[in-house]
Design a protein around this ligand. Structure first.
Ligand code: ADP
Ligand code: ZN
Length: 602
């Protein structure tokens, strides 16, 4: 372990292990198998990189994310680690060269796509080499039920049969127990020690806002919190992706669309710009994100409702991998709730699947309408208990007001009942507000006892209430009836006055969230900002010269620490997190020059 700690400090430039890193590394060094569950940004890579360097031979990393391998290898080379990758993007000659290096035991790490690993040629090549360990990254890909299923992953248990003496580690950021058990059985990891870290992403601030005009609300959020940051905006459809990207561009932001309808080359180009330039916003369908390793995504915004808390957690989780504060923001409204409910109810899928999807949606809607700490709700969903409210979500920062909605709900529900459970929200609200139009008269609904009983409240008030009643399962949407609402069993006690109903009051769109109580990492102070910007420019210069993304050179956390501590010479730079020997030698002098210039001119 001493050697491992030394590598952590000298090569990676970090002081201490975090989460379960030390225990996991020790397990592998002892030659045993491990299963590591850690949230995104938790630091999974070090868990196999360090033991691969310590142990004799090459560490083989199996990953389905081919697009990522180049960046991973570039980043390791920046640290002076000898590594390579093998996937379908390589030409014959480069592949031969890598095989030669492998056979000569020149590589500490080799990244390889599963289909490449599994062909007989590669397997027998590996049998002739010394292997330090196998790391199976994104191990949840073995699960047939997940959306990242890769059939080749199910064949990886053969590693255990053919290389029984080589320790294996499987890693994933997927939290649920079913997936975990599937990984263990499919990969034959029954003997492995399991390490589960907390899934709390402390540096993420969660915010869920309701109401229409989602775009305008998004703009306010961006102006206020992220005028110059890179981030992701998720939309449900391709069309909306295009519209929102164009609209943001019109407002002066660099916003690029990403969805399955674009050509491969355009998609790649947009992804590359997102990774290599600063301040780029990607507007995407949820197809975008898996395998995006960009550490300094400062916000993830949703203009549509994810279908489950898992999806919400995963998608928001793409923000703030570097551990610096990041925001997650979501807007949803009545229409989202109606369409999602309708989509699920009319789906052709098998009953069990449908039931499970419905339950997942219920939980997601519950999270939206909830008035308690968002983080507590999300973690509880994954079976984790957070004893105190987090102080870093909208509900904690400005607790929503609750109002007694019992009577209003009774009016809204009986209006549905009396008009025959055949109408959609707008029509129902017209009855409640006593609007005498032709359609209402034709149906004789102006004679209903509920006609006009809600005239004192606004259209918006009733829309919010209906949304909440649908979200909370008091009303269901008729799959064939053009959005017609029907009562569910849950209504009875409420209609009979046996129970009451308290709901969160609609927040005004522009009401800002309060001051953050808990900040995990220091923000960059105003006075350090100029130096930080200059360091960023220097970083860009280094990156462009080598054709790699800026974060491969230094993370923002590293630049922020330099701007704050202002090291006076290269030796002092070694105390900055993320600077090890190799980076010191390559960039130290130039960095210190920039710092000195600032101190002189101050
Ligand atoms: P994951 O794969 O779990 O999403 P990574 O391995 O990419 O996470 O690590 C996330 C970030 O945390 C990286 O920038 C990494 O360098 C950093 N990191 C990992 N371990 C440590 C540590 N012990 N101390 C400081 N930073 C760390
Ligand atoms: Zn909270």
């Amino acid at each position: 372990m001493e050697q491992a700690l030394e590598i952590l400090r000298k090569t990676f430039g970090y002081d201490d292990f975090r989460h379960n890193q030390a225990d996991i590394i020790q397990t592998l060094l002892a030659g045993n198998d491990a299963l590591a569950l850690m949230p995104t940004g938790g630091g999974k890579s070090l868990c196999y990189q360090i033991p691969a360097i310590c142990r004799p031979g090459t560490g083989i990393i199996i990953s389905p994310l081919i697009a990522l391998m180049q960046d991973q290898v570039d980043a390791l080379k920046q640290l002076g680690i000898s590594c390579a990758f093998i996937n379908s993007t390589l030409d014959r000659e480069s592949q031969r060269e890598i095989e030669r290096a492998l056979a000569n035991d020149e590589l500490d790490l080799l990244y390889i796509a599963p289909e490449r690993l599994l062909n007989e040629y590669t397997l027998s090549l590996l049998e002739r080499c010394q292997i330090a360990l196998f790391a199976i990254d994104e191990a949840h890909c073995v699960s047939q039920w997940g959306h990242d299923f890769r059939p080749e992953y199910q064949r990886l248990s053969l590693l255990h049969q053919r290389f029984s003496h080589v320790p294996r580690i499987a890693l994933t950021a997927t939290a649920d127990e079913t997936t975990r058990n599937e990984i263990i059985s499919q990969l034959d990891l029954h003997q492995a020690s399991t390490f589960i870290s907390s899934f709390d992403r402390e540096n993420l601030c969660y915010q869920i806002v309701e109401g229409h005009k989602g775009r305008d609300q998004l703009w306010q959020f961006l102006e206020k919190e992220h005028p110059h940051d890179a981030g992701i905006v998720y939309c449900l459809s391709r069309k909306k992706v295009e519209q929102v990207a164009e609209w943001l561009s019109g407002k002066g932001r660099v916003a690029l669309p990403y969805h399955a309808g674009l050509s491969d080359s355009l998609r790649q180009q947009h992804q590359k710009r997102f990774l290599r330039e600063e301040e780029v916003i990607i507007v995407a369908t949820i197809a975008f994100g898996m395998g995006i390793d960009k550490p300094d995504v400062r916000f993830v915004a949703h203009l549509s409702l994810p279908k489950s808390i898992e999806a919400y957690y995963q998608e928001t989780g793409r923000a703030g991998r570097d551990g610096l504060p990041a925001n997650t923001w979501m807007n949803y409204g009545l229409q989202d709730v109606i369409s999602l409910r309708q989509m699920m109810q009319s789906s052709e899928a098998a009953d069990t699947y449908k039931r499970v999807s419905m339950q997942k949606l219920e939980a997601m809607l519950g999270l939206c309408e909830s008035a308690v700490c968002r983080r507590q709700t999300v973690l509880a969903y994954f079976g984790e208990t957070l004893t105190e409210a987090c102080g870093n979500c909208d509900n904690c920062l400005s607790p929503p007001e609750l109002w007694d909605a019992s009577e209003a709900a009774q009016k809204a529900l009986s209006c549905v009942y009396r008009s025959g459970q055949r109408f959609g929200v707008n029509y129902l609200i017209n009855i409640l507000r006593g609007k005498l139009d032709e359609r209402i008269q034709a149906h004789g609904h102006d004679l209903l006892s509920t006609f006009g009983i809600g005239a004192d409240d606004s259209m918006q008030h009733w829309r919010t209430l209906y949304r909440q009643l649908i979200a909370l399962g008091y009303l269901e949407v008729d799959p064939e009836g053009y959005g017609a609402l029907r009562l569910t069993e849950k209504c009875r006690p409420l209609l009979r006055g046996e129970t009451g109903l308290k709901l969160r009051r609609q927040r005004m769109a522009d009401k800002s969230t309060g001051r953050r109580k808990r900040r995990q990492t220091a923000e960059i102070l105003d006075e350090d900002q100029p130096l930080f910007s200059d360091l960023r420019s220097l970083r860009k210069e280094f990156a462009d010269a080598q054709g790699v993304p800026p974060y491969v050179i230094f993370h923002d956390t590293t630049l922020a620490a330099i701007a704050q501590h202002r090291p006076g010479d290269t030796a002092a730079l070694l105390d900055i997190p993320g600077i090890g020997q190799h980076k010191l030698e390559h960039y130290g002098e130039r960095v210190i020059e920039v710092v000195r210039d600032h101190i002189m001119s101050a």
